[in-house]
Design a protein around this ligand. Structure first.
Ligand code: PGA
Length: 266
C-alpha cells in the first residue's frame, strides 16, 4: 500500500503591525531595508508570507518600496461600507487601489480603545473580502478576563460572531491572530503552551461554527510581544502558524530575525 500524500502545511505568515509609527519616508526606508534582506536570503520553500502594515498615509510609499519584492502590503483597519459620508475612515477599495492585499481587522487597540464591537468586526471581515483583501481577524482576552477564567469564553464569542454564517471557502481565505491583550506591547509574551491552548480553542470553534475541517484549514498567528528571542519557541508549536508583530517590526534587523525563525520552523 502506498503511503498517504503528505498534508500541506498551513501557510506561515509573519505580519508587521507598525501601528501609529513611521512617516511616509521612514516607512519607505524600512520597507527598502526589508526588501534587501529578503533579496539576500536564499530562496526557501518554507519562507513565510511577509506582510507589512503601515498607517494609512504611509501605504503608498511602502507599496512603491515593496514593488517586485514578493512581500505583501496590509492596512491596519478599514470601514465596512464600500464608500460614503464617513469622515476620517478608509474604504477597502482605496486600500486595494494602493496595493494592499491584506488588512488587520478587530485589533484589540480598536476593540478596547475605540469601542469596536464584535458585530463591527464581523462586518469588516466581510467588507475586506468583498473588496479583495485578506483579513487578519484579531481575537484575544484582557488580563481581567484571563484572571477570571474567561479566556475560552471570550475567544469562542469573538470567533463565533466574526465567522457565523460565512461560507467555508470564505473562512479559509482569512487568517486569525490570537493576541492576548495583556501581552501586547508589554514585553510579557504568552508561553508557547498558552498560545497552543488558545489556538486550539479557536480551531475547535471554527469547526463548530463552519463545519469540520475549518479549524485545521485556517492560519492562526500569535501576537503580543513577539521578538527575535522568543519567536522560534512559539513557531515550534504546531498550532502557531506565524506572528503578528508590533514593536519588533519597526526595525528591519529584529523583524527579519522573526521572519527567519518562521522559515527555519519549516
Ligand atoms: P507588540 O504588538 O508586538 O508590540 O506586542 C503586537 C500587536 O499589537 O499586534
Amino acid at each position: 500500500m502506498s503511503a498517504p500524500a503528505p498534508v500541506a502545511r498551513r501557510p506561515r505568515i509573519v505580519a508587521g503591525n507598525w501601528k501609529m509609527h513611521r512617516t511616509s519616508p521612514e516607512g519607505a526606508a524600512l520597507a527598502r531595508e526589508l526588501a534587501s534582506l529578503n533579496a539576500a536570503d536564499p530562496a526557501s520553500a518554507t519562507a513565510p508570507v511577509v506582510v507589512l502594515c503601515p498607517a494609512a498615509p504611509v501605504l503608498e510609499s511602502v507599496s512603491r518600496a515593496l514593488a517586485g519584492s514578493g512581500m505583501a502590503l496590509g492596512a491596519q483597519n478599514l470601514h465596512s461600507e464600500p464608500q460614503g459620508a464617513f469622515t476620517g475612515e478608509v474604504a477597502g477599495a482605496m486600500l486595494r487601489a494602493v496595493g494592499c492585499t491584506w488588512v488587520i481587522v478587530g485589533h484589540s487597540e480598536r476593540r478596547h480603545g475605540m469601542g469596536e464591537t464584535d458585530a463591527q468586526v464581523a462586518a469588516k471581515l466581510r467588507a475586506a473580502q468583498r473588496d479583495g483583501l485578506t483579513p487578519i481577524v484579531c481575537v484575544g482576552e484582557t488580563l481581567a478576563e484571563r484572571e477570571k477564567g474567561e479566556t475560552e469564553a471570550v475567544l469562542v464569542r469573538q470567533v463565533t460572531v466574526a465567522y457565523h454564517g460565512l461560507a467555508m471557502a470564505a473562512a479559509r481565505a482569512t487568517a486569525i491572530a490570537y493576541e492576548p491583550v495583556w501581552a501586547i506591547g508589554t514585553g510579557k509574551v504568552a508561553t508557547p503552551e498558552q498560545a497552543r491552548d488558545a489556538h486550539k480553542v479557536v480551531r475547535v470553534t471554527l469547526d463548530r461554527v463552519l463545519g469540520a475541517g475549518a479549524g485545521q484549514a485556517t492560519a492562526i498567528l500569535y501576537g503580543g510581544s513577539v521578538n527575535a528571542g522568543n519567536a522560534a519557541s512559539l513557531f515550534a508549536e504546531a498550532d502557531v502558524d506565524g506572528a503578528l508583530v508590533g514593536g519588533a517590526s519597526l526595525e528591519a534587523a529584529s523583524f527579519w530575525k522573526i521572519v527567519s525563525a518562521a522559515s527555519a520552523a519549516g
